[in-house]
Write a protein that binds this ligand. Structure first.
Ligand code: KIV
Length: 265
């Protein structure tokens, strides 16, 4: 397979071909994911919880994101590689530029992801003006867990749904080239996906987004905590880890994941 770029992903959106995205934090899983046909790898700050054993993503440092991104980038052959900007690493445009620059130059990321809507427009336009591609993230923002009062579905009432739609359009206008929607009612996610030209990747956002992402350890049944209803354990029907990753890609491509029961209303 040839290198997957943002143009490939835009074309997949235009053609209605679903995009398979997974988090990875190391070389071995990255190799398996590429063998299974995963198109986009996200070095998520979820590594704070699943690798470091932290209670949230908040303690993750930029240097730790750079380290894990490097380990993935070293063996990556074709997947598009996104790295998360951790909590408090983009609170001003200057700080965002410095830290995103490290994730690209030292880590080898192709794009950085940051959480938030209207408050992040300056950071998004500053980064894109400097040649740093940005994936925005709306809905449940794990870095704002204490402000949100827990990990809850977002955009359930008319006002919050309207604000999310407006934020999505403003982020695209500011230069964001991709959007992650986390824990959002499926109708709202479908509407935002239709309204935007950029690829929209869902996690707990129903099956009508342009692609799906899951945390690797959740979809392999490694995570021992109680998981939200959108997480499917793909190991249950597979003999090998590679088989589970292939089943994940297949279920996204044929639209069978997520089901209605794995989505929010
Ligand atoms: O950190 C992460 O893994 C993420 C995904 C859950 C989207 O942001």
């Amino acid at each position: 397979m040839s290198d997957i770029t943002i143009n490939t992903l835009n074309e997949m959106k235009r053609q209605g071909e679903k995009i398979a995205v997974l988090t990875s934090y190391d070389a071995s899983f990255t190799r398996l994911m590429e063998a299974a046909g995963v198109e986009v790898i996200l070095v998520g700050d979820s590594l704070g919880m699943v690798i470091q054993g932290q209670e949230s993503t908040l303690p993750v440092a930029v240097s730790e994101m750079v380290y894990h991104t490097k380990n993935v980038a070293r063996v990556r052959k074709q997947a598009f590689l996104i790295a998360d900007m951790p909590f408090m690493s983009y609170s001003s445009t200057a700080q965002a530029l410095e830290n995103a620059g490290r994730l690209m130059k030292e880590g080898g990321a192709h794009m950085v992801k940051l959480e938030g809507g209207a408050t992040q427009l300056d950071a998004v336009s500053g980064l894109t003006a400097n040649g740093i591609p940005v994936c925005a993230h709306l809905g449940l923002l794990p870095q704002s867990v204490h402000q949100l009062g827990g990990y809850r579905v977002q955009g359930k009432d008319d006002d919050s749904a309207r604000i999310m739609r407006e934020d999505a359009l403003s982020l695209q206008e500011a230069g964001a080239q991709m959007l992650v929607l986390e824990c959002v009612p499926r109708e709202l996610a479908a509407e935002i996906t239709r309204e935007l030209d950029i690829p929209v990747i869902g996690i707990g956002a129903g099956s009508d987004t342009d692609g799906q992402v899951l945390v690797l350890y959740d979809m392999l049944g490694v995570t021992m905590d109680r998981l939200p209803k959108f997480c499917r354990n793909f190991m249950l029907q597979a003999d090998t880890v590679l088989g589970a990753l292939e089943a994940f890609v297949q279920a996204i491509k044929d639209g069978s994941y997520p089901s209605v029961d794995e989505s929010y209303r």
